[in-house]
Structures are given as C-alpha cells and as structure tokens.
Design a protein around this ligand. Sequence first.
Ligand SMILES: [Zn+2]
Length: 355
Amino acid sequence: MTPEEFLEELLDTPAPTGMEMDAQRLWAQYIAPYTDEQECDAYGSTWAVLKAARPGAPTLMLDAHADEIGFSIRHIADNGFAYLERCGGSDVAIARGRRLRFFGTDGEVCGVIGNTAIHIRDDADKAPKLWDLYVDFGCDSREEVEALGLRVGDCGVYCDGPLVLNDKRIVCRALDDRLCGYIIAQTARTLHEQGIKPEWNIVFANTVQEEIGCVGAGMLAYRLQPDAAICLDVTHATDTPGLSQARYGDVRLGKGAALSFGPVCHPNVNARLELVAEQGDIPLQRETTGRGTGTNTDQVYRSRSGVPATNLSLPLRYMHSPVEMADRADVQACTDLLVAFVKSLKAADDFRHRL
Ligand SMILES: [Zn+2]
C-alpha cells in the first residue's frame, strides 16, 4: 500500500471513541513491515515496536490518538426519529443538515440530521441544543429503524471524506488525529527505508479514547513505562479571520509542526527537538500552554513516577468540524522531525532532570 492509499483508507475508516478497532487493524497492518512486533491492549490501544540495536536500551514512545469525535443514538422515538448523545466534543452548532454514517448490528446505515427550513423556523440564528437534533433514517417508526439494525448506543460519524485543495491542503473529518497516526506510521516506514537501527527501542503507539479524557495513552504509558515520550496531536491554527493572535498565539498552516512549551512539556525533550530541527533545517513553530496541554501528553507525563514527555502538534483549521484542514508540508515536516529525533538518540541519553 502506498502512503497515499493508506491515508485515504485510514480516513475512510470511522473510529468514534470506543469503536476504534477497524482503524486499528488497518494501522497495525500498515506499520507491520516496518517494525518488529505489534500488539493491542484490552481497550484497543495499538502499538508497534522497533527494537533497539542492543538489548537493555531505553524506550521512546511516539503517540497519536486513534479515535475521532462522533455521535451515538440516545433514543429512538415512536415516529422513527432518533436523538443523539455526543461522543467527544462534537459541535452541535454545525450539526444540522449533515449526513451521518451509523454502525449497527447489520453494518453501516446512513442518516441525516434534520434541519427545519429557515422559512418556518422560529430560532433561525440560534444554535440548537443537543436534544433538539434528530436523525432521520428515512423511517416512519421505531420498528423500521430497529429493522435496519440500529439500537440505542450505536455510534456514527459524519460522512465527509478526504478532499485536497490547491494541491497542498488536505480537508476531511477526523484529521484530528488520524493524520498524526499516519505521521507516526510514516516515521516507522522512513526509518525502515533508510535502514536505521535506532539506539533506543521505539514504540509507535495509536491510543484510544483521547476525546473523552486521554484515557488510552494513560493506560499504555503505565504498561510500557517509556523513558521518554512525544505525543502528537493537532493544534488550532490561528491564521483564519476573526482569531486574535494576542489571545490564542500565532500558529499557521505550512510553517511546520508546533512544539508546546509549558510545565507539562519536558525542557530536555523540547531542547533536543529544537536542536534536531535546527540542524536538519526543519520548520518548527512554538506555542505555549500554562497548565495542561489538553492532549495525551497530560496523562503520559504523569504516569508512575513521571515520564519526560512533550506535545508536538500539527496545525489544524476548523477542529472538530467536517472540514478540518491541514497542510501537507506540515505533515512532511513533522515526519522529518520525528525521524531526526530518533536518529539523534544515543543509548546513554537520559532526559530526566538531575541535581
Ligand atoms: Zn486530537
């Protein structure tokens, strides 16, 4: 499978939080030829290991999250309309009039979120409440909906698939964080193609349930006890109209990955990333978070007695919408940076603070 084919199939494989296994199996299959072993845990976090040249080496965890936001069915009314629960941070303000793919006992079922026409709607300018949204499966009764194989608790995601704009910007639902899972897999592929045998063990991890509290990454860090970790996620690009750089910082598409600075992000890991970026002429932006990063890093760094970790982010416009947008050059820059970081690791490296 070419990288392009893999990305397209990965984006086309829904993985709402708690239902990640189809996408995980695809990811594990792609990364297998470039790594020594692949495994998954009880809840589906999946990882592949590239073993160090010598035994007893320290371990680096490269993490992305496998899950995406979505909806689940809360209630199916007698008239056949279904009401929704949110799966992660789905934005109800943009939900009406959209197509959804649900996954029931008999496979995929499409539906649309009803949108009362503007002419006959009282609250034309107001965002709906979650419980105002209803899904129309084309059915006239609850029995008809159930006959399609749908039950309370079944999950769905927006239908919107990948689209490339101006040959450089990729648009899709769930670029958060499927694109980072892709970057991690491409890092493994690149190391393999360059014949690199690293001095550390490299764990490529695609963890579950980030969207509801970074849960899978916490479980996996506890299990694997890495000596350092880099968690990849998306961050808000602030280069669109109406966003204040004074308030949100200055992160742009096409200027490279954004490295987080703040108490969670270990200065020794950050220093190495900045060094290899400079030496390799790889673009890198900076951003800051005064407390948590809101990413898997927050769970990984506090695992057991602490893991030197940081958060590396891919700039993204329109997060948690069906038109999330990223720049292909940033995907490449992020991959280049991770490859350079892995190559820089020496068996004796230790990122922990010392007196
Ligand atoms: Zn994310």
